[in-house]
Design a protein around this ligand. Structure first.
Ligand SMILES: O=C(O)CCC(=O)C(=O)O
Length: 281
């Protein structure tokens, strides 16, 4: 049984905008005062979204940071795109996924013929997306991915979330994932990387997995994909059902996500906003 996540937003909808600066659910507003996080601001010129001049910026409470760190993902209340950017700023440095692009991507299910080469839609169209990490083609993939249902959008498709730690791999299987080498393409120069790397970012074990930009460097390395795929088949992912003003934060270095099944073979009005965040910590 998948854990189903649905937002109880009704009570939050009527909040004044000044209360919404605290972004979080009403019951958690007092936690805001606990916050004392370093903010690293995105450069406004690289964003299509205005960066706020307010003194108070939305940020994760200590309690939410702790939950994100424990679970590898977190749901949040973000009533606007600007809120999403501010939350992203509180986690690190938001950046465009493609050079010259906007800081906020709009993810719209697209049929194969119309999709940009290199994207998952190009290979899969309206189908489900398999479990992956985002930006796997980058030497250092974004640390955090923030997703939000765009204003006016609607979707019956869930996003599935699966923290690596929930896969309960044996030590031997984790070692294979750390040892087997893959060729990663999609950025300027291909490079080699294992699926689980201890050496990419000091002090972190980084998970990289996207079979559309990674190929085993040798027959032997195929074993690591089999290990991960078989563990994912048995996994019990969290199923996030999208509702208005809902946002999701993923620790992209240790949590996989997937696009769930849709009821229709066309886009039913789903638009997700996505912000990628660089952060060392
Ligand atoms: O649509 C979703 O639920 C997730 C989208 C996704 O996985 C992606 O674009 O990388």
């Amino acid at each position: 049984m998948r854990e189903r996540v649905r937002f109880a937003l009704e009570g939050a909808q009527g909040l004044e905008r000044c209360s919404q600066q605290f972004r979080t659910f009403p019951a958690k507003m007092q936690e805001f005062n606990e916050v004392n996080l370093l903010l690293v601001h995105a450069s406004p010129e690289s964003s299509g979204v205005p960066i706020s001049d307010r003194d108070e910026r939305l940020r994760l409470s200590i309690h939410e940071r702790e939950r994100l760190s424990r679970q590898g993902w977190l749901e949040l209340y973000a009533p606007s795109s600007r809120d999403l950017i501010e939350l992203a700023q509180s986690l690190g440095r938001p950046h465009a996924t493609r050079a010259g692009g906007s800081i906020i991507d709009r993810l719209v299910p697209t049929e194969r013929q119309q999709a940009r080469p290199g994207t998952m839609s190009y290979h899969l169209g309206f189908e489900e997306f398999p479990f992956h990490t985002d930006g796997a083609y980058l030497r250092i993939p974004p640390r955090f991915i923030l997703l939000r249902l765009a204003d006016g959008a609607d979707s019956l498709r869930p996003t599935l979330v699966c923290p690596f730690s929930s896969l309960s791999l044996s030590n031997g299987e984790s070692e294979t994932l750390t040892r087997d080498v893959w060729v990663v393409r999609g950025s300027r120069r291909p490079f080699l990387s294992p699926i689980l790397s201890d050496s990419t970012v000091h002090g972190h074990t980084l998970l990289r997995f996207d079979l559309f930009c990674m190929k085993p460097a040798s027959r032997r390395s195929e074993q690591s994909a089999q290990i991960l795929e078989s563990a994912l088949k048995k996994a019990n992912p969290v199923e996030v059902i999208w509702t208005p003003n809902q946002a999701l934060v993923l620790d992209n270095w240790r949590t996989l996500h997937a696009r769930g099944e849709g009821p229709l073979d066309r886009n039913e009005g789903r638009i997700l906003e996505r912000v990628s965040v660089r952060s060392g910590g």
